[in-house]
Design a protein around this ligand. Structure first.
Ligand code: PSZ
Length: 495
């Protein structure tokens, strides 16, 4: 056998063995999972309600839906403390890629050196461990969006966006400074009392319906619900309309293209206006699919043109992949569906990626140390989880699985939309990142509540949408269960 053929043969054998191992792993995984939902009490049940009283005495916990038994939850099923077994298509607000108690993740703790990573939490910006550069290369950089070689970890989605904004502002100010990047004494003094020129009036353009977090800076770019913003001072930063499409998309091509043009014109007008008023638009932040705001999609053309506008006016483009990143749209990064002319300047992530953080092009690297910094700056044990998660995504072809399940979900939802047009409409999705609209906010809440009593835990978003955020290990048989239960709920619905 020639060397070349020998290498090809070994490669093939490894691939076959890996596929066999993967099939076995998925089979035994499926066997350990409950085969169907089972609801035996109201949800929240009596135990959840008792625990609620206990917690409520300590903190405001009005957002708690039910208490979870994390020992019993497995795979795609979350089990509550009252023993109800729910097919979870909301997965901790879209944050657990491999479901509950995945054996590969549990195995991580069998290795003593991993245990040490869990207990010795470093201040990563000053004392990273020996393995840290390689771990970043093997995980976050191995799955980086094309063109990205720089990554900084952070604790959560909000603080990733906060620090991405700061990186944009540093970049923008240094562009203005030109050759002489040394700040003046006046700048250094005025920044200490929140004044110009040390604190320049730079702005970030965001979109109506966008959600980028709740901390004080990014909250100025969050516009999904008044309750997030009420009573909190905000920056006067530009806000443009995000497309609101008519569905099905192929029936409303002309209208939706016109909608793209309307929104992009608003973006451009806002930039011109703010730039003229000495509030330069240093950056634009956008979700590839507006999630909290109602699963609002925009076309690849919209995003390509948005990037062209950003370039034209010298503003950075920050794509917030906190909810869309990590595979639920069938690609690791949702904006990879858009075929942009250039890499996005910055891409933020958290949720399914286990750690918060952001990718940035080299020119967006903070110009001095300690300018993007905090005590923990991420968490190495989360990278151990991410390392395994990425390996399982590859081993089990989970992105292909997401695409196949997404097609099944969309086909099933479209069928239900035809049977119950009075109840559900505007069915939309990419991969398993799917949603549909109910006929009113109350009806949406009813659908989610009734689905839960049927054993399916879903989530709402926007004004009247139901969103699906299953784990990447959600399989076609889970899609069947969900569609079957939704059919029961819609059949029983009045009005
Ligand atoms: O109600 C809330 O605070 C929720 S419910 C879902 C989220 C927040 N998502 C968080 C999120 C996001 O979806 C996008 C697109 N960008 C930023 C964030 C903020 O992330 P965290 O919550 O980790 O700070």
């Amino acid at each position: 056998m020639s060397m070349q053929r020998c290498v090809a043969y070994i490669g093939k054998t490894i691939r076959q063995n890996t596929r066999a191992a993967s099939a076995l792993a998925s089979e035994s995984f499926a066997k350990s999972e409950p085969s169907a939902p089972l609801v035996s009490t109201a949800i929240p049940g009596p135990k959840s309600r008792d625990l609620f009283q206990e917690l409520n005495a300590i903190q405001q916990c009005g957002s708690v839906q039910f208490f979870v038994d994390y020992d019993k939850s497995f795979g795609n099923y979350v089990v509550d403390v009252d023993g109800n077994v729910l097919l979870d298509i909301y997965t901790q607000i879209s944050s657990i890629p491999l479901g509950y108690n995945h054996p590969a993740l549990l195995e991580i703790l069998d290795d003593p050196s991993n245990v040490r990573t869990f207990i010795n939490r470093p201040a990563l910006g000053v004392y990273p461990g020996e393995a840290w550069p390689n771990k970043l290369k093997d995980t976050l950089l191995a799955v980086a969006p094309a063109g990205h070689t720089q990554v900084t970890t952070m604790a959560c989605g909000s603080c990733s966006n906060e620090n991405a904004f700061k990186s944009i502002f540093f970049w923008y100010r240094d562009k203005q400074r030109g050759e002489n990047v040394t700040p003046s004494t006046k700048e250094l003094e005025s920044c200490m009392i929140n004044q110009f020129p040390g604190c320049p009036p730079f702005t970030i353009l965001s979109f109506k319906g966008g959600f980028h977090g709740r901390t004080l800076g990014v909250l100025s770019t969050t516009h999904s619900k008044p309750i997030h913003k009420l009573d909190v001072p905000s920056f006067d930063w530009p806000i443009a309309s995000f497309p609101k499409y008519k569905y099905p998309l192929d029936e409303f091509l002309r209208e939706n293209e016109e909608e793209d043009r309307r929104c992009l014109a608003e973006v451009e007008e806002s930039i011109v206006k703010y730039n003229k008023n000495d509030k330069p638009v240093a950056g634009i932040i956008v979700e590839p699919i507006q999630a909290e705001g109602g699963d609002n999609h925009a076309s690849p053309e919209f995003f390509r043109n948005l990037q062209r506008i950003a370039k034209k006016y010298g503003s950075a483009l920050l794509i917030d992949e906190v909810q869309t990143g990590g595979g639920p749209t069938g690609k690791m990064w949702c904006h990879e569906h858009f075929n942009l002319d250039y890499p996005a300047d910055l891409v933020t992530f958290s949720k399914k990626m286990q750690t918060g953080g952001f990718y940035n092009l080299p020119e967006f690297r903070a110009p001095q140390a300690y300018r993007v910094f905090n005590t923990w700056m991420g968490e190495p044990s989360k990278i151990l989880l991410l390392e395994k998660i990425i390996a399982i995504i590859k081993r089990d072809n989970l992105l292909q699985n997401v695409q196949a399940c997404g097609e099944k979900l969309m086909a099933g939802l479209s069928d239900l939309g035809k049977i119950y047009p009075q109840h559900i409409s505007s069915i939309r999705g990419l991969g398993t990142f799917c949603a549909f609209d109910a006929s009113s906010p109350e009806k949406r809440d009813n659908i989610c509540a009734n689905l839960r009593m049927q054993g399916v835990h879903s989530g709402g978003c926007g004004e009247k949408s139901v969103r699906l955020r299953p784990a990447l290990i959600f399989r076609p048989e889970h899609a069947d269960i969900f569609l079957d239960k939704l059919n029961i709920v819609l059949k029983e619905m009045k009005g």
